[in-house]
Design a protein around this ligand. Structure first.
Ligand code: ARG
Length: 591
């Protein structure tokens, strides 16, 4: 709310070129917030910091917003808001918590999850799935049109051996079921035959040829194999509560029919040339150690197409057919050079106009406690489903001991929400491009910046509101029903009979100010593509709620205060569950 005003003041005081300066707004000990921008600006504009601060204050338009503006210390601008203004904004939010999106709506294509057929989804895929799904939810919540693209690895030479193996064991055999239950084991079995049985290897190679020449019978078998694999992906997605569906699959195979033409066009236009037998582009700005331009191979010397060719095709398709304004590749960080080279080549070919922003949302590795990429004890990839089951089991043990009063089925639901929520939150709460250590104890902890901590605050408010509701239904008014909302419930725009919120105590004020930042925070998450900022926001909200609840009695307060505080609780709950929802995390009813 204040940020645009401070930016306008900076622009007015020092010139338009300074408009985008970060105002550096921080909590203050002496006021509601402090603006620290003057310190960094001072040098640039050739003033002492306090003078720079004074110039900003002169231009600051704060009509009715603040009751106090003060320059302190080396040049902090301390702002104290007008209490009435806070209450007005807060009550406007409470009655219309959904609000209209203020951003200009775009068409955003998001490539995420993208596992490979007949391979175990590893924790890296878990993370691209979780982060990608949260980004699509954030962008949708901001009013953008999001097109999900699951770029599964469903094409290439290994499919010769996979198909032959699949035909040999029979589609209904227990070994074929491995494709769903333990895909890596299926792959290994096919691989072992390929390496150990020359006849099999020959058949596998012929099968690749048959697949590439789109032989009908082969395509049919291939399709059944891929469909079988989707059962596995979908089981993981269902367990995770991820919004990907079969319709979002646009795998590598779907681009295959366009690759020959794509290469031909680039070659004819002089944008690609043959080097050592392979057709390559040489995107500007990429050189090898020897200083020579780095090639991006788009047609191998044997005539085959690869990962880079397909990815060039994804860009062309997403811009021309899907009409993207913005394209996100939520993909492991090690693929950064590959994706940047592809993007640059696409720009040079005119397939990625300057008006379309393409971003690699880099996903960092998930490490084991030994600091190396997470693997099972035997060194094989960790089975994702087993990992998720363990998270739920561990959460179940906690719920069983802390809430033996809850019925069995309720405990089961809570354990699932908390276990899965903890894993997802751990993925989301650190910078998506940083590595982190997968640690059940830490992610399930009820303190600190964890999923369970935030969920617990929400569940606690639900219980407070339930108690209040019970008390009320004994009395006359049943006014709280409309506000105790989570995103799934019909809250938006519904007239609620809830009392208006009075912001009196310091803990109420701190909570109120933080609530007012929700929209700005969400927009920032959407711009910067950083879900960890939303986690940090929710964590702070949960903490502020906890200190409010410690300091300000709610259920025991006198009637009007009680109504006001209940309405404040309801708004906090709404924001917590809405925030968790855009992270893709459920809010338990009980915890
Ligand atoms: N299947 C790839 C992998 O497992 C990820 C694909 C990402 N998307 C893309 N358009 N390249 O590493």
């Amino acid at each position: 709310m204040v940020v645009p005003r401070v930016q306008a003041a900076i622009a007015q005081a020092f010139g338009e070129e300074f408009r985008d300066t970060d105002p550096v707004v921080r909590p203050s000990q002496f006021a509601d917030i402090q603006v620290n921008a003057a310190m960094a600006l001072a040098k640039k504009v050739g003033l002492a910091p306090r003078d720079a601060a004074a110039r900003i204050v002169e231009s600051l338009e704060l009509d009715g917003l603040c009751t106090g503006v003060e320059i302190s210390g080396p040049g902090f601008i301390n702002l104290t808001f007008d209490g009435t203004w806070i209450e007005e904004l807060l009550n406007a939010q409470a009655s219309q918590p959904q609000g209209g999106p203020e951003t200009q709506a775009q068409r955003v294509v998001v490539d995420y999850s993208s596992p490979n057929v007949a391979k175990e989804m590893h924790v890296g895929h878990l993370r691209t799935t979780v982060v990608g799904d949260s980004l699509v939810r954030v962008l949708e919540a901001l009013g953008h049109t999001v097109i999900r693209q699951n770029h599964i690895g469903d094409w290439g030479t290994p499919f010769g051996m996979l198909i032959e193996h699949w035909l040999e064991i029979g589609e209904d055999s227990p070994e074929a079921a491995l494709l769903v239950e333990d895909p890596s084991a299926f792959y290994q079995a096919a691989r072992a035959k390929f390496d150990g049985d020359p006849d099999f290897a020959t058949r596998a190679r012929l099968r690749v040829v048959s697949l590439q020449s789109a032989h009908e019978e082969t395509l049919e078998v291939w399709q059944r194999l891929v469909d079988h694999s989707k059962v596995y992906f979908n089981a993981i997605y269902a367990t995770l509560g991820v919004s990907l569906e079969d319709d979002h699959i646009a795998g590598e195979s779907s681009y295959d029919p366009h690759l020959a033409q794509l290469c031909q066009e680039l070659e004819e236009r002089g944008l690609a040339r043959v080097s050592e037998g392979a057709l390559c582009t040489f995107p500007a700005g990429f050189t090898g150690r020897d200083g020579e331009p780095l090639p991006l191979i788009i047609r191998k010397s044997d005539g085959g197409y690869g990962y880079a060719t397909t990815d060039l095709a994804t860009i062309r398709y997403r811009v021309q057919d899907l009409q993207a304004d913005r394209i996100l590749y939520v993909v492991g960080a090690p693929q950064n050079v590959h994706l940047r080279m592809v993007m640059e080549s696409a720009r040079e070919a005119g397939w990625l106009p300057d008006t379309v922003e393409a971003t690699h949302v880099q996903i960092g590795n998930v490490l084991g406690e030994d600091g190396k990429i997470l693997k099972s004890r035997s060194g094989t990839p960790v089975k994702l489903m087993a990992l998720l089951d363990e998270a739920v089991d561990r959460a179940r043990a906690v719920v069983d001991s802390s809430r033996p009063d809850l019925p069995e089925d309720v405990r089961a639901v809570t354990a699932r929400q908390v276990g899965i929520g903890a894993v997802k939150y751990a993925d989301l709460s650190v910078g998506h491009d940083t590595e982190y250590v997968f640690d059940f104890d830490r992610m399930l902890a009820l303190s600190g910046n964890t999923g369970p901590y935030v969920q617990y605050a929400a569940a606690r408010i639900r219980s407070i509101l339930r108690k209040a509701g019970e008390a009320e239904s004994v009395g006359e008014a049943g006014s709280l029903v409309g506000v105790a909302g989570s995103p799934g419930e019909p809250v938006a725009g519904e007239p609620t009979a809830a009392a208006s919120i009075a912001v009196v105590e310091p803990a109420e004020r701190a909570l109120a100010l933080h609530l007012l930042e929700y929209g700005a925070n969400l927009r920032r998450v959407g711009e910067l593509l950083e879900p960890h900022r939303l986690c940090a926001y929710l964590f702070e909200l949960a903490q502020l709620f906890t200190s409010f609840y410690d300091q300000c009695p709610v259920l025991k307060a006198d009637d009007s205060v009680r109504q006001s505080r209940l309405a404040l609780c309801a708004l906090v709950l709404h924001r917590l569950s809405e925030g968790l929802d855009v992270l893709g995390i459920e809010t338990p009813e009980n915890m």
